[in-house]
Design a protein around this ligand. Structure first.
Ligand code: MOS
Length: 739
């Protein structure tokens, strides 16, 4: 029986619900010490005075690390050249090197003690005085500039003539949309345990990019890469965070070096808002022009993103706008604005979550302008091919998503007039939006070991961030070998395993899955060769081209053959590594300039808005998604649910608010920073539309980790407009905007 395509329960599920699955902070290391950070309370500026003598004499303290002693035994590299501009972030390379303060919350000292309590107590005995200026924390105070490149593309891109298309338009929308800074809040805090043996560093780290962590840590200490070993056990949620080892990982390694013992460092919830990156705020002006029949004649999307004073990170907000709807005249521009904060980073659908909020809100405004149904407007602008690359879609079931989503939601019963639908004291609104996310893939490798006894082991230096990859890789390997999933173990999270990419950009199933398939194929080839040359095998001397692998057996067309385990028992374990490399590098979802590869979906949201109080509740959701082949419908649906829920947070809750005097985030806790909880989430009907894609990759799969949040913010804002007739263009949607 095939396992791929079935809703196999998570192979790590039992361990996770019984507490047997270990996360970084759970690990107990012999003789471990505890490191706690002392951070700057304001920025930018420099340290005027840092007196740690009292802290050094505090009970249990083993070492205090500051910029004066941190790297006395090491020669860190001055900078680390990023593979992609802005990709490896420079914040790592400022930590504890001099007296400069770039962002509030920047570590200025690391205290290492025998217990956590001793380390925490000593932090109160540090005297720190800073001098500097008032921080620039918002879009008005920050310095706007044009980046050289935005993820490899020029900042401004144009086709046709926007001006001409705008002239020709019979209906126009010109609106500006804002998304605030958001902070990742996985339940699991960032954590690192560092251990030195001579000049070799071992790090247990909450990272979803082992290879990147090795690069960052080796450069930070001027070590050869082979001296750095990084282990990443289960990750308790990332949502775009944990792609890098941020400064705290370097601080943990410094703590262990100076204390001459292993050191554990776990960030506090408050530090989660100040040390790692976050979703940068953005503003986006959208102009849409269309004919009376709804066909778009012009699109302009002018985006501007927050970045830091030292970094370049700026996600390509306009990417979806350039490719999605049929339109001959499109112009997008991108700017960045420097603020005195830590450098921002990826957060789930970094371009698409905010980008589609603008595009899909503007499409809704255009639908009202035209008095046209919002689904119909999108159908009329459906693009037969990728508008930017001028390439055919490898597959595209967007129209089916609209249709099936519309039916399941009951959209046809919608009265389009705002404030026309009520339920008791609530105004009811229905809104929809298109979802899309590119399918990309990176080179990856996997090792397979078939032992004489016991389960088959597959290893790859990938990460289990909760998405279910360790389950799905078992399914792929089991089917390819013809064994039950229970006979395969998947091991991950070790930088010495065969290389795998960052678990990001929704690419891991496509990347690592093809590597697992390649590894199994080479193992079967090895087994065929062994059987052919083994006099004890019924396949001895036969043409290997005749041997098929089926149901755990190697057999000839006439049925003669044997179980592959018999071959291993006689000939010893088989171990091979498989590599899978996509034809061309794909930044944007295109393969070798032949196909454009994207997953699509349609989001339908229902809200109820209290007529007096303006409180918005999401009460119903239908999401229809086409993602190519579905390897495990249960874990796939779970990813889509997670994306939609995060979209509800984007629309209605999340916002990091900076103090304008000191630059700190004032609501850096679960009390002040609102993420959705169970009672905020309605019944969500997220379903998969069948789609076969022969081109996208060998597995026929598209990424879906980030697709669910795409379009979600606009679907809610559009539903709120329908409910109460007020267009909110500033997220999150708050009561005070609706009164
Ligand atoms: Mo995703 S935030 O691009 O890993």
């Amino acid at each position: 029986m095939q396992s791929v395509g079935t809703p196999l329960n998570r192979t790590d599920g039992r361990g996770k619900v019984t507490g047997k699955a270990l996360y970084t902070a759970d690990l107990v290391q012999q003789g471990v010490t505890h490191a706690v950070l002392v951070t700057s309370h304001s920025a930018p500026g420099r340290i005027r005075e840092l007196d740690v003598s009292e802290a050094e004499n505090s009970p249990g303290v083993l070492a205090v690390v500051t910029h004066l002693n941190a790297f006395k035994d090491h020669k860190p590299e001055p900078v680390l050249e990023p593979a992609v501009p802005g990709y490896i972030l420079p914040d790592n390379f400022q930590v504890l090197r001099d007296d400069q303060i770039w962002f509030a919350g920047q570590p200025v000292a690391v205290i290492v003690a025998d217990t956590l309590e001793h380390a925490q107590a000593a932090t109160t005995r540090v005297r720190l005085e800073l001098e500097g200026r008032t921080p620039r924390v918002d879009g008005q105070a920050g310095v706007t500039y044009t980046p050289d490149t935005v993820l490899g593309d020029p900042p401004d891109i144009s086709r046709g003539s926007f001006e001409q298309g705008w002239q020709e338009a019979e209906a126009r929308v010109d609106s500006t949309y804002r998304v605030p800074s958001e902070h990742h809040n996985p339940i699991e805090l960032y954590a690192t345990i560092a251990t030195w043996e001579g000049n070799r560093l071992t790090l247990h780290d909450t990272t979803r990019w082992l290879e990147g962590s090795v690069k960052i840590l080796s450069a930070a200490f001027g070590l050869p890469q082979e001296n750095v070993h990084v282990l990443s056990p289960f990750i308790g949620g990332a949502f775009g965070s944990k792609a890098f080892s941020w400064v705290h990982a370097i601080c943990a390694a410094l703590a262990a070096w100076h204390a001459k013992r292993p050191a554990k460092l776990v960030l506090t919830r408050e530090q989660m808002f100040h040390i790692p990156g976050f979703r940068p705020f953005c503003d986006q002006r959208m102009r849409l022009g269309a004919r009376r029949d709804g066909r778009l004649t012009a699109i302009a999307h002018d985006g501007r993103n927050q970045t830091s004073s030292t970094g370049q990170f700026t996600p390509p907000l306009e990417m979806t706008t350039r490719m999605l709807y049929a339109c001959p005249n499109v112009r997008t521009t991108h700017r960045a604005v420097r603020t005195d904060t830590q450098t921002p980073t990826w957060m789930r659908a970094p371009a698409e979550a905010p980008g589609t909020f603008a595009l899909e809100s503007a499409m809704d405004e255009l639908a009202y302008e035209l008095r046209m149904d919002p689904v119909e407007l999108r159908i009329r602008n459906y693009a037969e091919k990728d508008q930017e690359q001028n390439l055919p879609w490898s597959s595209n079931e967007l129209l089916t998503c609209y249709k099936q989503g519309q039916t399941r939601f009951g959209w046809d019963l919608r009265d389009p007039r705002p404030r026309s639908m009520t339920d008791g004291h609530s105004l009811v609104g229905w809104g929809m939006a298109t979802a899309t996310y590119p399918t990309v893939r990176s080179p990856a490798s996997a090792r397979i070991r078939i032992p004489q006894e016991g389960p088959v082991v597959i290893q790859s230096a990938t990460h289990e961030i909760g998405s279910g990859i360790s389950t799905v890789m078992v399914q792929i390997a089991a089917d390819a070998l013809g064994v039950e999933p229970g006979e395969v173990n998947f091991e991950f999270g070790d930088s010495t395993f065969p290389q795998a990419p960052v678990t990001g950009a929704s690419q891991s199933t496509a990347s690592v899955g093809t590597a697992v398939q390649a590894a199994v194929a080479s193992a079967l080839q090895r087994l065929r060769d062994l059987a052919r040359t083994d006099p004890a095998s019924p396949l001895h001397g036969v043409d290997p081209g005749q041997i098929e692998a089926r149901q755990g057996r190697l057999i000839l067309p006439n049925g003669r053959g044997e179980d592959f385990r018999e071959i291993v028992r006689r000939n010893g374990p088989v171990e091979v590594v498989g590599h899978a490399t996509p034809g061309e590098p794909m930044a944007r979802g295109e393969i070798g300039n032949q196909w454009s590869t994207h997953a699509f979906g349609a989001q339908f949201a229902e809200v109820r808005v209290d007529a007096d109080l303006g409180v918005v509740r999401v009460t119903r959701w239908v999401g229809a998604f086409a993602v190519g082949r579905v390897l495990n419908p249960k874990t796939a649906r779970s990813q889509l649910l997670g994306g939609i829920i995060m979209g509800i947070g984007l629309a209605l809750g999340e916002e990091g608010i900076r103090d304008r005097r000191w630059g700190r985030v004032v609501n850096s806790s679960f009390e002040g920073y609102l993420v959705p909880v169970n009672s905020d989430i309605p019944e969500i009907d997220a379903f998969l539309v069948p789609e076969q894609d022969p081109h996208v990759n060998e597995l026929g799969v598209k990424g879906l980790g980030e697709l669910g949040i795409s379009g979600a913010g606009a679907a809610i804002a559009n539903a709120v407009f329908h409910a109460i007739g007020k267009r909110v263009r500033d997220l999150p949607i708050r009561v005070e905007q609706l009164l």
